[in-house]
Design a protein around this ligand. Structure first.
Ligand code: SAM
Length: 185
């Protein structure tokens, strides 16, 4: 009897240790992925829904398009694009944001694809539209990737900062709102 009680206590203690280890690993994963996102792209600042709607109109997103959001944050842009019938793929490296995006997708019933991973490792040859809300520090590396991988006619839309050396087809400027630049490869 006494041995049984001791066994249960020990199990409980092990269970607590296991939960603590799991929690610490999870916190570590959040810290590592968030820091990586800060250095390799930008931290999380969401695009407002009004600007997402501007993007969808500007890139003329419809059911035939394959749309990528490089660093999709909470997934709001790809969820909006998939509502128009597009095959929308969001890539996110920060684990907390990835979980948030998956939950948002789940509760909205969206068909958008939310993928956990580094957008630098993703092949963009099939992309019709690529959306970027990233810091200009990564533009020169990004330009190389986009020039190598994007097919002719693919559209790139960036928020706030234009891509140096590329000529935008349309500049969507609205007073009080961030500017959107549309490039056609
Ligand atoms: C400024 S936020 C934009 C979020 C979203 N695109 C939007 O417009 O609402 C940039 C996002 O890129 C993510 N990010 C940064 N570097 C990344 C990388 N190498 N791979 C995947 N995501 C990355 C960040 O975690 C962050 O969520």
């Amino acid at each position: 009897m006494c041995r049984k009680a001791w066994g249960f206590k020990s199990l409980l203690r092990h269970h607590k240790v296991f939960m603590l280890i799991f929690f610490l690993i999870f916190i570590l994963a959040i810290a590592v992925t968030t820091t990586y996102a800060l250095f390799s792209g930008i931290g999380w600042v969401p695009t407002r829904q009004a600007d997402i709607d501007r993007f969808l109109r500007l890139a003329d997103v419809g059911s035939k398009e394959k749309v990528y959001d490089l660093g999709c944050g909470d997934g709001r842009l790809v969820i909006s694009a998939s509502k128009l019938g597009a095959e929308a793929i969001g890539l996110e490296i920060s684990i907390l944001l990835y979980i948030g995006a998956v939950l948002r997708k789940f509760f909205s019933g969206s068909k958008a694809k939310i993928k956990f991973g580094d957008f630098w490792r993703v092949d963009l040859r099939q992309a019709d539209v690529v959306y970027l809300f990233l810091i200009p520090r990564v533009y020169s590396r990004l330009k190389n990737k986009l020039e190598k991988e994007l097919k002719p006619g693919a559209k790139v839309v960036v928020l706030v900062w234009p891509i140096p050396g590329w000529q935008p087809s349309v500049v969507d400027k609205i007073i009080g709102r961030p500017t959107l630049y549309l490039y056609v490869r």
